[in-house]
Design a binder for this molecule. Structure first.
Ligand code: C5P
Length: 237
């Protein structure tokens, strides 16, 4: 059976705000898997990763690297020392860049965090992709092509919208991971996300991990909102 999990996007501006949020989960028997993104990492640096790790959380370090292969290889070698569980790059950086990322991330003993690639950001519409990025294809074909490139580079999976998880699995196999932001409760606000769906629907389509930010972090009761995600997506209390 596949392991599904909910990842909370800790999009906070400081360690103080992050720990005030995490303290609410102290009594929970399920320790949430957390995503640390650019805002928090750039504000606090590697120490925030170590502190959260010390509290026993699994961590997805979402820095979306996209640069020349040599730079990405070296940056990934540095991140590898932080002992996170998942890292990522932009698939738009090419297969060569993704291979370099994997090489850099792999430690001397052969171990490494999971490495995934962003296909198209869930805030990007097909119209913008075609008109502003001049990608002359449908968004679905672009996502499937980027996913195939990611697989060819030897990575573990992609970040995509939950709406695209099914077609990515069809193209790249059931074991190829789909990590899907763009998740909203049926009765919630969409905000700046475009290609969104609910935790329950994400499960039906076949996401392996959903990434949920504001629907949990901005909720009146974040623990209740997290539990609701787990219940809808993992089918557990
Ligand atoms: O608040 P919200 O649920 O929209 O947060 C989604 C999180 O997932 C944010 O941290 C955002 O940076 C991230 N993300 C995304 N779309 C991608 C990749 C990452 O929304 N394609």
């Amino acid at each position: 059976m596949k392991t599904r999990d909910v990842i909370i996007a800790c999009d906070f501006k400081s360690a103080e705000d992050t720990f005030a949020f995490l303290d609410k989960f102290n009594g929970e028997k399920r320790k949430p898997f957390l995503k640390i993104g650019m805002e928090l990492y750039y504000a606090e640096g590697p120490s925030i990763v170590r502190e959260i790790k010390r509290r026993g959380h699994r961590i997805f370090l979402d820095l979306k690297l996209h640069d020349i292969p040599n730079t990405v290889r070296k940056a990934m070698a540095v991140l590898s020392n932080l002992d996170v569980d998942m890292c990522n790059v932009h698939a738009a950086g090419t297969i060569e860049m993704m291979r370099a990322a994997k090489e850099g991330l792999t430690r001397a003993d052969g171990s490494r965090p999971l490495l995934i690639a962003v296909t198209q950001l869930t805030s990007t519409s097909e119209e913008r992709m075609q008109n502003e990025l001049l990608i002359n294809a449908s968004i679905n074909d672009t996502i499937v092509k980027y996913a195939r490139n990611t697989k060819e580079a030897g990575l573990d999976g992609v970040v995509c919208s939950p709406l695209e998880a099914g077609m990515v699995h069809e193209a790249c196999g059931e074991d190829f991971l789909t990590i899907t932001p763009g998740v909203r409760f049926a009765d919630g606000q969409v905000g700046d996300q475009v290609r969104v769906t609910t935790p329950a629907r994400a499960r039906e389509i076949g996401s392996d991990f959903i990434v949920v930010g504001r629907p949990v972090t901005q909720a009146e009761d974040p623990v209740a909102a997290y539990r609701r995600c787990v219940k809808e997506f993992c089918g557990e209390e």
